[in-house]
Design a protein around this ligand. Structure first.
Ligand SMILES: [Zn+2]
Length: 208
């Protein structure tokens, strides 16, 4: 192997390692050990949603049992294609809104003027629905998760999430959990599982 070939070989190997592994939320839930599922019961879960740039959808949860500490669970769904479509739809709605506004400014007839202004406003109102239009199959999207609890950090989930490409944020020094999770079975913590159930229900109900 000459130097050039070696360079290509290394590049190829790097690309392979960087291949995106798609992990879906419901697959993560399915693979969760029974003991974690059982322990996830009885948690209060509150959440808020934010749409962030680059085709990402972020859901932030606070998970708490009465008398225990609150932990933050975060989910992020990724769909670059969708981001482009949303941008385009928003641009179109804005353009239509401006079109009606301009028409309204050009006409004297009061009735027509208010009719055009109404149309202009309706186009702007549509923008809010655009996000909803594209959130139908969120459960088919690639997901990343994290939790601030100690179990996530030290009992396997942080390490396993990193290895399998569903880590949203590094929470520990990523030391392999050879003693606490030798078989790499602890995929998520009880807080993420509790929040996942709420999130799946929410996503399913918002489809209707
Ligand atoms: Zn947790």
């Amino acid at each position: 192997m000459n130097l050039l070939e070696l360079k290509d070989y290394i590049q190829e190997a790097l690309n392979e390692n960087n291949l995106l592994i798609e992990v879906r939320l419901q697959e993560l839930m399915k693979d969760t050990p029974k003991i974690v599922k059982d322990r996830s019961k009885g948690y209060d879960v509150t959440f808020r949603i934010s749409f962030v740039k680059d085709g990402k959808y972020r859901y932030k949860f606070i998970v708490k049992k009465p008398g225990t500490k609150a932990y933050n669970v975060n989910f992020e769904f990724l769909d670059l294609d969708r981001e482009e479509k949303i941008k385009k739809d928003i641009k179109n709605a804005n353009e239509r809104s401006r079109y009606w506004k301009k028409k309204a400014s050009e006409i004297k007839d009061k009735k027509k003027k208010s009719e055009y202004l109404k149309k202009s406003k309706e186009e702007l109102d549509k923008i809010e629905d655009i996000y909803q239009d594209y959130s139908d199959d969120m459960l088919d999207l690639d997901v990343r998760v994290s939790c601030t609890c100690g179990y996530f950090k030290f009992w396997g989930p942080d390490y396993n999430a990193r290895q399998n490409d569903y880590s949203l944020r590094k929470m520990s020094n990523l030391q392999p959990p050879d003693i606490r999770d030798p078989n790499r079975e602890h995929n998520i913590c009880k807080h993420i599982y509790a929040a996942s159930k709420v999130l799946v229900d929410y996503l399913k109900s918002s489809k209707d």
